[in-house]
Structure formats: structure tokens, C-alpha cells
Design a protein around this ligand. Structure first.
Ligand code: ZN
Ligand code: ZN
Length: 425
């Protein structure tokens, strides 16, 4: 290609560019013109305005919704805060409450502990004082028993079961009343006295019978089995009780009513002797039975003992409230029955004391099988005394044969008598 052609080509290109540019310019101007025209048209302005209004409304609305949402969130937040604060407050209150409660419980516990401690101390003090007092009383009593002198003051008391009520005539006379402590009248019991009462001490099956089965007036004492049994008891008990003092009266009841049945009354010369005897016999065992000894006052034996019974003429029979007593062997203490208190001269024959069957023991278990053996002995006695007098003589001869054992028991008895002699005679 030649220079000219090149030039033409460039010239054409430039010309086309110029045309294009001018066309673009014209188009642009036209567009601007149209734009201006459009912008000035009232519809366009109106439209724009509308757009603007809508936009403004939208923004406003969004802002409002945002504000509302924010408000709601704030409210929820505030509510939650409030609830949290309340919860915290409640928790705090509960905690304080618990602390207070614990404190109260602790205080209460401490108070209770203190109370218990005080109580324990008071009890201990009381126990000690009691023990001291008891010890003092024991010493006083032992001193009184050992050395005599005046009766200790605290023993001189009288216990009244129903003060301000009239005195029970039966109790006053016999120291026994069928109504016992529930009697509506007054029973006056002495702290100590010269007379001991051992209720229901003597027992024999015939005393357990009712009147119809066993008529009171039919008791032919001297020949009766019951009397023989009683005599064994008498020679067993009286010497033992005599070891502790001079006896003025010894009475055993054969009444069948429970408040008098088998009651044993023992009168000593002095209160001191009675107290000594009380200390020995109260709680002791005889024939498997534990004795409960009481002090009593019998002002007159004459009025305590039913006089008609000895003449077998008591019309009251077993409902009699006075003492129906076994006649003592050899009329011992008969003066006391007439209220003539003189110590009688004793005369228990050797044969009778030898037949004595000791049933005393310090406890029911002292000797193995004691209970059953004493029971057996009693049973044997019933048959022996009652129907089988032959066997009795056989037994006696057997006893005579076994002289070794007799010697032993005699030496035992003699040493006992020696002791008694040196002490009381
Ligand atoms: Zn009474
Ligand atoms: Zn009578």
C-alpha cells in the first residue's frame, strides 16, 4: 500500500471518529434536553414528589417499628432485670432466713443442752443428798440398835392415810382392814413401834378354803392337822425371832379373809429390839416366800383378838374383822392376851425344838432346789401329819439312828443359843 492510501485510511478513521463524537455529542445534548424537559414536566415533578414522600414514609415507618421493637426489648429487658432482682432478693431473704433458723436451732439446742445438764446435775445432787440422808438415817438406826437411847426423831412419825377423816375402828384395833389403803376412814401407821406385823406370813391350804367348804367352828385345834402344821411353824419362827429381842407376844392368825390370813404379830419389849428384828426379817425368805414386815400399833390385845373364836362361838365366822388366832403351844404369852404385859417364862420342850424344820433362807436361790425341796417337805408334812402317823414314828426312829446329823444340828443350835444368851439374857 502506498503513502496515499495509508493517509486516506487514517483520514477516514479520523473522520469517522469525528462523526461518531459529534453524533454522541448531539445524542447527549438531546438526552439532556429531554431530561431537562422531563424534569420540568409537572407529572415528573409530581412523580418525584410522590417517590420522595413514599420514601420518607417508609423511612418513618421503619424508624417507628425499630423504635417500637427497641422499646419492647427494653421493656422485656427491664422486666427480666426486675425479676432477676426479685429472685436475688428472695434468695437473699431465704439465705438470711436459713441463717436465722440455724441460729435459732443452735440457740434452742444449746438451751436444751443446758437444761438437760442442769437437770442431770440437780438429779445427781438430789441423789447424793438422798444417799447422804439415807446413810445418816442408816447410821442413826444402827446406832439406835447398837446403843439404844432415844428413838431417832425421824422414826417417831405417824403416817395418816386419810387425815381429817374419822379413824378406822378395825385398823385401830388390829392394824389390818379389809379395804386396805382404799378405806375411806383414816389408818394411822407408826414409823416404828414395839410390834411387828408380817402380813400373810403363815400359810396352810386349809386357810385358803371358803367357809362353806371348811367350817371355822369345826377346827378342833389340838387334834387337827392344821394345828400340827402351825406348831411346826411356831417352833421354827419364834426362836428365830427371839434371837433379836425379848418377845412379849406372838400371835398367828387363822382368819381366812385375805387382809388377816396368816398374819403374824410379834411384840418386843422395846422399840429398839423391834427395829433390830425389822431390819433382819424384812425381805428375808421363809419357805420360798419373801417377808414384808410392817410396824404396827396394837393398843390392846384383848380388843384385837376375837374372844368368841377361842370359845368356837364367833357368829361372824370368816367375815370377822378381829383376829382369830391359833392358841400358842403351852399357852405361851397368855398374859399378853389379857393385856398383862409380862415376859413369861419360856418352856419349849427339847422334843419340840428337835422336830423343828428350818425353812429360813437369805434368798430364794441360796440353796439349789430350795424352793422345790421346801415345797416337797411341806407336802410331805401334810401327809405325814395328817394320815400317816405310823410313818412319823418311823421317821423319828430313823432320826434317832442318824445321830451324826443330829449332833451337827444340835451343836449349831447350841451355838445359836449361846449367842442369844450372851446378847439378850
Ligand atoms: Zn379401814
Ligand atoms: Zn370372830
Amino acid at each position: 500500500m502506498g503513502k496515499h492510501e495509508k493517509w486516506r485510511k487514517i483520514a477516514k478513521k479520523v473522520r469517522r471518529k469525528r462523526i461518531r463524537q459529534s453524533l454522541a455529542k448531539i445524542r447527549h445534548e438531546k438526552e439532556e434536553q429531554e431530561q431537562r424537559k422531563r424534569e420540568q414536566s409537572p407529572t415528573y415533578i409530581q412523580l418525584l414528589q410522590k417517590y420522595e414522600e413514599e420514601e420518607a414514609f417508609q423511612e418513618e415507618e421503619e424508624a417507628r417499628l425499630r423504635a417500637e421493637a427497641e422499646q419492647r426489648w427494653l421493656q422485656i429487658e427491664e422486666e427480666a432485670q426486675k425479676q432477676w432482682r426479685e429472685l436475688q432478693k428472695k434468695l437473699e431473704e431465704a439465705r438470711e432466713d436459713r441463717i436465722r433458723q440455724n441460729l435459732l436451732i443452735k440457740l434452742e439446742w444449746e438451751k436444751e443442752q443446758k437444761r438437760l445438764k442442769d437437770l442431770k446435775e440437780a438429779k445427781e445432787r438430789e441423789r447424793e443428798e438422798n444417799e447422804k440422808r439415807q446413810q445418816q438415817l442408816r447410821e442413826e438406826i444402827e446406832n439406835f440398835i447398837a446403843h439404844g437411847g432415844d428413838t431417832p426423831e425421824h422414826l417417831k412419825v405417824y403416817i395418816e392415810m386419810n387425815p381429817n377423816k374419822p379413824v378406822c375402828p378395825f385398823f385401830q384395833k388390829t392394824s389390818a382392814c379389809r379395804f386396805k389403803d382404799s378405806c375411806s376412814r383414816n389408818h394411822i401407821k407408826p414409823g416404828v413401834s414395839r410390834i411387828l406385823l408380817i402380813p400373810n406370813f403363815y400359810s396352810h391350804y386349809s386357810l385358803e378354803q371358803t367357809e362353806s367348804e371348811y367350817d371355822d367352828s369345826s377346827l378342833e385345834f389340838e387334834n387337827h392337822e392344821t394345828y400340827s402344821h402351825f406348831k411346826d411353824f411356831f417352833f421354827d419362827v419364834l426362836p428365830e425371832m427371839e434371837r433379836y429381842g425379848r418377845i412379849r407376844q406372838f400371835k398367828v392368825c387363822c382368819n381366812r379373809e385375805s387382809h388377816l390370813r396368816g398374819n403374824v404379830y410379834v411384840e418386843y419389849s422395846t422399840t429398839r429390839e423391834a427395829v433390830r428384828s425389822f431390819h433382819v426379817f424384812n425381805g428375808r425368805w421363809y419357805g420360798g416366800k419373801q417377808l414384808s414386815v410392817e410396824f404396827c400399833n396394837i393398843e390392846s390385845w384383848k380388843s384385837a383378838i376375837c374372844g368368841l373364836h377361842s370359845r368356837k362361838r364367833c357368829p361372824k365366822g370368816s367375815s370377822c374383822n378381829f383376829l382369830h388366832v391359833f392358841p400358842n403351844p403351852h399357852n405361851l404369852f397368855y398374859l399378853a392376851d389379857r393385856d398383862e404385859h409380862r415376859t413369861p417364862s419360856r418352856s419349849i420342850s427339847r422334843a419340840e425344838t428337835e422336830e423343828r424344820n428350818w425353812r429360813w433362807s437369805e434368798s430364794p436361790e441360796r440353796f439349789p432346789g430350795n424352793h422345790t425341796s421346801s415345797h416337797k417337805k411341806r407336802e410331805e408334812k401334810h401327809t405325814r401329819n395328817g394320815s400317816n402317823s405310823k410313818r412319823r414314828t418311823q421317821d423319828r426312829s430313823h432320826n434317832r439312828r442318824s445321830s451324826k446329823s443330829r449332833k451337827r444340828s444340835r451343836s449349831r443350835r447350841e451355838s445359836r443359843n449361846d449367842r442369844k444368851d450372851s446378847k439378850y439374857r
